[in-house]
Design a protein around this ligand. Structure first.
Ligand code: NAD
Length: 412
C-alpha cells in the first residue's frame, strides 16, 4: 500500500512547483517541525502488561498554535501521523483558521482495551506530552478517540495544571465546554462541499446515486444528510464489508441496524458487496470516509463516478489522482471536504476562550459559510493555475498563506 506521508509530500511538492512557492518554505515543509515519540507502559485490567508506542507531531506552526487529532489504532505508524499533521496544516489554512497543524496517536487496539484501560492510556498520553496549553498545542479526537477520551484528556490536563481550561483540548462533550454540532461537523461539511461541487457540475442530488465507504462518525452523518437531500445511496461499507441495493438504501434504518449489530453487513433488503468491489460500482458520487489510500492505481481505472468527495484523509493515492484526473473525475480534496471538524474545533476554542457558548443554528450557519468559502477559494485558485485540480488549488492557496507568514516571521 502507498505510504500516505509520501502521498502528502508528493502533493505538497506538486503544488509548491505550480504555485512557485519559495524553495526555502518548501524545504521547511518537507518534514515536521517537532516530533515527540514515546512509549506508554500499561498494567492491563486483565492482569496483562503492554507497552504502547505513541507520537505527537507538530508539523508547522507558522500560522498559530498546533492543533487537533489523536488517533488510536492497531497498525498506526509515525509516517501516518506525519501525513495527518501536514494535512491539518493545509486544512487550517484552507479554512482560514489561524492555527498550525498537529496530529498525535497511540498504536493500540481500542477493541482489546477495557474502558478502564482506555482511560488510563489516554491520561498517560497527556502526561507524556507535558502539554503547554491552548497557545502551544491542543489535542483533539480522531479515529479511535471520541468525546469520552477527550473528556479524560481535559481532566488530566486540568489536574496537572490545577486550572480549568476548556480551550486546552478539542472535541470534548458540550457539558465540559465543547461545541454543539461538533460530532456531526465533519460529515456535515463533507455534505456541504459535495452539494456545492455537484451544483457546479450540473448534477442534481435528487437524481444522483452515491456510494459511501465508512459508516462511522463521518460516513454516517454524511450519508444521513445525503439521503435526506434525496440522493440514492446504492452502497455503504465498513471495515467488515458492504451492502448494496440499486434502488437505494434507507440510511435511517441502516443507522438503527448498525447501532444494534455493530456493522452494515446483513442489513435487510440488500446484497453483500466487498470493499474491493465498492469503488467500481455504477454511481455518480463516491465518498470514501474510512481510511487512507483506498483508491489506488489498482482500482482507479474502474471508477465510474463523476465526483469523489474525500471524507477520509488521503483516500486517493498520487497515481490514482492522475488516473482520475485523466478520466475527468472531479475530486473535492480532503483538506477542504473534511475540514468541517477542524472548523467547528476552531469555534469550540473560540467559545472556550471567551466563555460564551453558541446555539446549534449559529454553529451550523457559520460552518456552512466558512467551508463554502474554502471550497470557492480552492476552485478559484485552481482556475488561476493552469493544469491544476481542486486539490492542487487548495494546497497552492494554503502554501501562499504559509509562505507569507514565514516571511513576516523572518524564517525565510
Ligand atoms: P470512525 O472510527 O467513526 O469510523 C470509521 C469507519 O470506517 C467505520 O465504519 C469503520 O468500520 C470503517 N473502516 C475502517 N477501516 C476500514 C477499511 N479498511 N475499509 C472499509 N471501512 C473501514 O472514524 P471517523 O471519525 O468517521 O473518520 C473516518 C475518516 O475521516 C478518517 O480517515 C478520519 O481521519 C477522517 N476524518 C475524520 C474527522 C472527524 O471529525 N471524525 C475529521 C476529519 C477527517
Amino acid at each position: 500500500m502507498d505510504n500516505v506521508f509520501q502521498v502528502a509530500i508528493n502533493t505538497l511538492n506538486h503544488a509548491g512547483k505550480i504555485g512557485r512557492i519559495d524553495k526555502r518554505v518548501m524545504e521547511i515543509l518537507q518534514a515536521p517541525k517537532r516530533i515527540q515519540e514515546f512509549r506508554i507502559p500499561l498494567k492491563l485490567e486483565n492482569g496483562g502488561f503492554k507497552v504502547f508506542p505513541a507520537y505527537r507531531v507538530h508539523y508547522c506552526d507558522a500560522l498559530g498554535p498546533c492543533r487537533n487529532g489523536t488517533r488510536i489504532r492497531p497498525n498506526l505508524t509515525l509516517d501516518e501521523i506525519k501525513a495527518l499533521g501536514l494535512f491539518m496544516t493545509i486544512k487550517h489554512c484552507a479554512a482560514a483558521i489561524p492555527a498550525g497543524g498537529a496530529k498525535g496517536g497511540i498504536q493500540a487496539d481500542p477493541a482489546e482495551l477495557t474502558t478502564n484501560d482506555m482511560e488510563r492510556l489516554v491520561r498517560a498520553f497527556v502526561r507524556s506530552l507535558s502539554p503547554k496549553g491552548p497557545w502551544a498545542d491542543v489535542p483533539g479526537a480522531d479515529i479511535g478517540t471520541g468525546e469520552q477520551a477527550m473528556a479524560w484528556m481535559l481532566d488530566e490536563y486540568e489536574q496537572i495544571t490545577g486550572t480549568h481550561c476548556p480551550a486546552a483540548i478539542n472535541d470534548k462533550p458540550a457539558i465540559l465546554g465543547g461545541s454543539l454540532g461538533g460530532e456531526e461537523a465533519t460529515g456535515r461539511g463533507v455534505f456541504i462541499t459535495l452539494k456545492a461541487a455537484a451544483e457546479d457540475m450540473g448534477l442534481a442530488l435528487s437524481k444522483s446515486t452515491a456510494v459511501v465507504q465508512g459508516f462511522g462518525q463521518v460516513g454516517s452523518a454524511l450519508a444521513g444528510l445525503l439521503h435526506a437531500a434525496g440522493a440514492r445511496i446504492v452502497a455503504v461499507s465498513d471495515v467488515f464489508g458492504g451492502v448494496r441495493n440499486t434502488q437505494g438504501i434507507d440510511i435511517t434504518a441502516l443507522k438503527t441496524h448498525v447501532a444494534e449489530t455493530g456493522k452494515v453487513v446483513g442489513f435487510p433488503g440488500t446484497d453483500p458487496v466487498t470493499n474491493a468491489d465498492l469503488f467500481g460500482l455504477n454511481c455518480d458520487i463516491i465518498v470514501p470516509a474510512a481510511v487512507q489510500s483506498v483508491i489506488h492505481k489498482g482500482n482507479a481505472a474502474d471508477v465510474k463516478a463523476k465526483l469523489i468527495v474525500e471524507g477520509a484523509n488521503g483516500p486517493v493515492t498520487t497515481e490514482a489522482d492522475e488516473i482520475l484526473a485523466a478520466k475527468g473525475v472531479a475530486i473535492v480534496p480532503d483538506v477542504v471536504a473534511n475540514s468541517g471538524g477542524a472548523t467547528v474545533c476552531h469555534f469550540e476554542r473560540t467559545q472556550g476562550l471567551s466563555d460564551q457558548y453558541w446555539d446549534l443554528k449559529t454553529v451550523n450557519a457559520m460552518l456552512e459559510k466558512r467551508i463554502l468559502a474554502a471550497y470557492r477559494d480552492a476552485a478559484e485558485t485552481a482556475r488561476a493555475h493552469e493544469g491544476s485540480t481542486l486539490r492542487i488549488g487548495t494546497w497552492i492557496s494554503a502554501l501562499k498563506k504559509i509562505e507569507k507568514a514565514m516571511q513576516l516571521r523572518g524564517w525565510v
